[in-house]
Design a protein around this ligand. Structure first.
Ligand SMILES: [Ca+2]
Ligand SMILES: [Ca+2]
Ligand SMILES: [Ca+2]
Ligand SMILES: [Ca+2]
Length: 586
């Protein structure tokens, strides 16, 4: 029995931007062959032909994609200061950023991790941002070495809460109805000193399916004032030390008690089996059992894949899954990671960034928790070889349905060129266009110079800050101004954005899976904002639909296990779907 879905359409709130795209879309029904359709010309792509491809080829591949750094226009004023020279590892580590809607007005706000405190910008309807750090209670004094951030509604009150990680620091903030953040670290059973761990990426996710968001914090190495501070990678060239100089640290899993706090899950239930030094984690339900599994990227050691066995027990399938190593079975320096179905076979694949001269990695999901390294055949190895990558995000630049890939880059040694003459400290980002799941090409050489500026790239997060159906990207330049790449691509392609709202206490439906189908095409995403490096993205699911004006079916598997099927879902809207309150809704 089909129960009526409780759906709200947000379009009337979103103003002219969305309306104009809807108007461009016109009247459509399902997917048609759009090969004969005229394409709109891009606004002002500055074409510089820098590869062996013909100018015509480059032109046709990149003309739709236009990004512009709009920080000045929208009043994002933060600048990260220059770090000391020589630079120690903790000074090169960098920081993350987050996109989330802290005040529940439908517009994604931006948080930048910084010292001595983060900077929070309220999004004023996609036009401007206003610094609300002080009025929201996030000012701190005398503390530095903040690194990452995680976002999630840990107390189930419908407001997004915030966690900050750092070197021997941790801070949990409860969101008081979008009016103020109140620090609850100690109250929630967490340690403001992070038990002397060097915290890196962290994430909220309901791991035992009780509805309450648990917390995973990935830790880096054992490091303190007594540790070796500087190394000479070449005689006379002083820099921070590689992780091998220190003991690797392991992460922690914290179970949400449902009574306002967390308790540590014993290490032998999972984290004991991981390798460290941890940098990043990313969730996906790989065996389809409704329990979220997660990848942990380590620095110079095998990566881990924690398979969720239920009851807060985990088994490490890193090696058997094929995700533990990069090229030539060597461990990666896995800084950034993100799941996305690049070949559109209905299975989530994994992209991972890496140190320079090794190539990043793209792992194709073969099913049964088994992965194949397709970095070389897809062209990703050649494109990424000279880069040292951090932030990693799947994002469909042009809404053609094929998830594209953004990598944010910058070396860890400010004197990198003195250590290896081929290396550079500041590097441009990579915007890799996905050519139908077979090849990737970098569009940055063909985009304007503000997009390809050299930076000390670290964290990054996708978001649609202006709610126009085109995914934008926020980027940390750790020694420079924040970068917000507004997507101004001109295309006739359709899109759909899903804002899933689960039953309490997991009100933002973390761990939900959405599968869209139309004719032979499939789209799959899971609600899991933790990704990239030290960062948290816009939690709404965004799909480019190409020529599809509607989805024949949209199946949502809620974290509770309920499945809901919506039919004939029209494109070009931000669709809020509320979890039905009775079981077996379809
Ligand atoms: Ca907001
Ligand atoms: Ca909350
Ligand atoms: Ca796939
Ligand atoms: Ca946008």
């Amino acid at each position: 029995m089909m129960k009526k879905a409780r759906i709200r359409f947000l379009i009337p709130r979103l103003g002219a931007a969305v309306c104009s795209l809807v108007c461009i879309a016109g009247i459509v029904a399902g997917c048609e062959d759009r090969s004969a359709k005229p394409e709109l010309e891009a606004a002002s792509p500055k074409l510089v032909v820098a590869t062996k491809k013909s100018a015509a080829e480059i032109n046709s591949e990149s003309r739709q994609v236009v990004f512009e750094d709009v920080v000045q226009k929208v009043n994002l004023t933060h600048i990260w200061p220059q770090q000391p020279r020589p630079m120690r590892t903790n000074e090169a580590f960098g920081c993350g950023c987050a996109a989330f809607d802290f005040d529940g007005d439908g517009w994604q706000d931006i948080l930048l991790v910084a010292d001595p405190h983060p900077v929070l910008y309220r999004n004023l309807e996609g036009v401007k941002f206003r610094d609300v750090t002080e009025s929201m209670g996030l000012i701190r004094t005398g503390t530095d070495d903040w690194t990452g951030c995680a976002v999630g509604d840990y107390d189930g009150d419908g407001w997004m809460d915030l966690l900050l990680t750092g070197l021997h620091r941790l801070a949990l903030y409860r969101n008081l109805a979008g009016q103020r953040f109140e620090e609850t670290t100690v109250l929630a059973g967490l340690d403001p000193g992070n038990h002397n761990h060097w915290g890196a990426s962290a994430a909220f996710m309901d791991l035992d399916r009780d509805g309450w968001l648990d917390l995973v914090v990935v830790n880096y190495v054992v490091f303190g004032p007594e540790s070796k501070q500087y190394c000479e990678m070449r005689p006379g060239v002083k820099s921070g030390c590689p992780p091998k100089e220190y003991l690797p640290d392991k992460g922690e899993i914290w179970h949400n008690t449902g009574r306002g706090g967390f308790e540590l899950v014993p290490h032998e239930q999972g984290m004991e089996s991981t390798n460290g030094p941890g940098l990043v984690l990313a969730f996906a339900d790989l065996d389809d059992d409704g329990r979220m599994d997660f990848y942990i990227g380590n620095d110079g050691e095998n990566a881990d894949l924690l398979h969720n066995l239920g009851g807060m027990n985990f088994a490490n399938h890193g090696v058997s899954s094929g995700l533990a190593f990069g090229r030539e079975l060597s461990a990666m320096a896995a800084m950034g990671a993100d799941w996305g179905d690049f070949d559109r076979d209905g299975r989530l694949d994994l992209a991972v960034s890496n140190f320079d001269w090794f190539g990043f990695a793209l792992f194709r999901n073969q099913g049964s928790s088994s992965f194949t390294d397709v970095t070389a055949p897809t062209g990703v190895e050649r494109i990424t070889l000279s880069r040292l990558g951090f932030g990693t995000n799947w994002m469909d630049f042009d809404n053609d349905g094929w998830p594209d890939l953004a990598f944010v880059n910058g070396h860890v040694y400010e004197n990198a060129s003195e250590i290896d003459s081929r290396s550079t400290y500041r590097q441009p980002i990579l915007l890799l266009r996905n050519l139908k799941g077979k090849k990737f090409i970098d569009l940055v050489p063909n985009l304007s110079s503000d997009v390809g500026r050299l930076m000390v790239g670290r964290g990054s997060a996708t978001l649609d800050f202006d709610n126009d159906g085109r995914l934008d990207l926020i980027v940390v330049d750790y020694e420079g101004p924040v970068c917000l790449l507004q997507n101004r691509s001109q295309t006739n392609n359709h899109w759909l954005k899903l804002d899933l709202r689960g039953a309490a206490p997991n009100r933002f439906a973390y761990g939900a899976r959405a599968v869209g189908k139309s004719a032979e095409q499939v789209w799959i995403s899971e609600v899991s904002p933790a990704s990239s490096y030290l960062s948290s993205k816009d939690p709404r699911i965004h799909w480019g639909l190409g020529s599809c004006g509607k989805l024949e079916t949209l199946t949502i598997r809620w974290p509770s296990g309920r499945e809901q099927v919506l039919r004939d879902v029209v494109a070009d809207q931000i669709l809020t779907v509320l979890e039905p309150d009775s079981p077996s809704s379809d």
